[in-house]
Design a protein around this ligand. Structure first.
Ligand code: NAP
Length: 473
């Protein structure tokens, strides 16, 4: 596929192969952009921001809504593309496509709701003859950088709100999964978006990232990815807005009065969705000691029944990790935990990119599977004796995206939810739940700012005050 730079589809002699992580087959290639391409997108984006700002609300809303319709019409093609270039099974990929349609349609709706307020300037002496208001203005040029694990919907979460708000966007998708993003860019063109408003540049973040991130023409960086890249980008960005949707190590608390059957079912899904490559995936489960053994046994049985393998097979529950390097890292982290005293209750093995869904207990707090974001199909179980201990353990790491609590008792739910440090608490569900229109984001090293259409639009716009001094009133 080609990239879309300054209104044209372009190719380059230097190409990057996009491989299916299941069988290593080359699916397609994309150009490896160079420094001249970076300058071209930046220059065109300035004109793009003028064009975007001049579009009426109606035009922006109509284009984004049309993109939603076209993605829905081509849902099967998009699902196949997601399932081939990434880690998701075809069933997981279909769900991502339908969420993407919701994200785009909600963006089309929210475009119409961007508004300001009148300001009571006479609140203090000296403002008696003043009247005015503020309106929300687009920031201008948005640099959107996206990760590999949701190659379509997380791109839609950048493009929908940014374009709804009247911005121009430079999109840099993940190098291992750029194809869904390029197809979505094509649909935006087909739906009538002026060509300068959205550009999609492919290439290694380590090569084209710095000149894009540090450029003063970019007024906001909207980044979704890992903490390491997030810190690098934040340090380099200079004076511009920054949105950071980063990783986590999500805790779930299962209380003695919980519906255990449901908790097992949804936590297994939450731990192994997309082979655990999920920013809100379940990584640590704190279980009340009275039901620990019962929960553990059922959890291990359900995990062991998971069918792993070919992503395009409807019966497959879990596909491969994104690269063999990542799979080897997870295998090594599990090995290190086992050497340090953890018990591997099921899984622990690997074949190429396929890592077995793995359940650990007695995990020492010093090992990576406990204290880092594993971003792979492993989960740790821990017994706890009271709510204070569960809350303290859940909060003990420098992450805070989502947490889950399973209990039938309202007081327990309120107490634990109130004590958790994170962006969202799911009661009677695993951490792996997100409605695309809710405020979504993290605290601590899990991020800065919020996405979720209307909340993203707040970040992607700036208030402008208009104040009238009525001299003869
Ligand atoms: P990543 O390695 O941080 O890469 C994310 C994106 O950043 C890619 O497009 C990457 O480009 C780019 N990038 C890397 N270094 C860069 C630099 N110096 N300058 C500019 N861009 C740079 O993350 P990933 O492995 O794709 O995704 C996994 C991570 O994303 C996990 O930590 C996960 O938790 C997080 N995530 C968070 C959310 C959320 O909403 N909070 C959602 C999904 C995923 P290349 O591909 O070219 O390296």
């Amino acid at each position: 596929m080609e990239m879309f730079v300054a209104g044209d589809w372009v190719d380059r002699a230097e190409k990057i192969e996009v491989r299916d992580p299941f069988d290593d087959a080359v699916i397609d290639t994309v150009p490896a952009a160079n420094s001249k391409d970076v300058e071209s997108v930046l220059a065109a984006s300035v004109e793009g921001s003028r064009v975007a700002r001049a579009m009426t609300t109606y035009e922006r809303s109509k284009v984004i809504g049309r993109v939603g319709d076209l993605v829905e019409e081509r849902a099967q093609n998009f699902a196949q593309l997601i399932a081939r270039e990434g880690s998701k099974t075809i069933r997981e990929a279909r769900k991502e496509v339908s969420r993407c349609v919701n994200t785009l349609r909600s963006s089309a709706e929210e475009a119409r709701r961007i508004s300001g307020e009148t300001i009571p300037f006479d609140s203090f002496p000296g403002g008696e003859q003043r009247k005015g208001y503020y309106e929300r203005m687009p920031v201008g040029v948005v640099l959107a950088i996206t990760p590999f694990n949701d190659p379509l919907n997380l791109v839609a979460h950048k493009l929908g709100p940014a374009i709804a708000a009247g911005n121009a966007v430079i999109l840099k998708p993940a190098t291992v999964t750029p194809l869904s993003a390029i197809e979505l860019t094509r649909v935006f063109q087909e739906a009538g978006l002026p060509p300068q408003v959205l550009q999609t540049i492919t290439g290694y973040g380590s090569v084209i990232g710095d000149p894009l991130v540090s450029d003063e023409r970019v007024r906001m960086i909207s980044f979704t990815g890992g903490v390491e890249a997030g810190k690098h980008i934040t340090a380099l960005a200079g004076i511009k807005k920054i949105g950071m949707e980063l990783g986590s190590n999500s805790p779930v608390i299962v209380w003695h009065d919980a519906d255990l059957e449901w908790a097992v079912e949804t936590c297994v899904s939450g731990a192994f969705w997309a082979a655990g490559q999920n920013c809100i995936g379940v990584q640590r489960i704190y279980i009340h000691q009275d039901v620990y053994t019962e929960f553990r046994n059922a959890f291990v049985d359900r995990t062991a029944s998971y069918k792993i393998g070919d992503k395009l097979d409807e019966a497959t529950d879990m596909g491969p990790m994104i690269t063999e390097e990542e799979a080897a890292r997870v295998e090594q982290w599990v090995g290190k935990a086992a050497e340090s005293g953890a018990a591997v209750l099921t899984g622990g093995g690997r074949s190429g990119t396929l890592v077995q869904p793995t359940v650990l207990e007695d995990v020492p707090p010093s090992v990576a599977v406990h204290c880092e974001e594993v971003f792979g199909p492993t989960v740790n179980l821990y017994p706890v004796s009271d709510a204070a201990e569960a809350i303290a353990e859940a909060n003990s790491l420098n992450f805070g995206l989502h947490a889950g609590v399973f209990t039938r008792d309202v007081d327990t739910a309120f107490k634990i939810a109130g004590g958790l440090e994170c962006g969202g608490v799911m009661i009677n569900d695993s951490t792996d739940y997100r409605l695309d229109t809710m405020p979504f984001g993290g605290v601590k090293n899990s991020g800065l700012g919020r996405e979720g259409i209307r909340f993203a639009i707040e970040e992607l716009t700036e208030p402008k005050v208009v104040c009238w001094l009525l001299r003869n009133a």
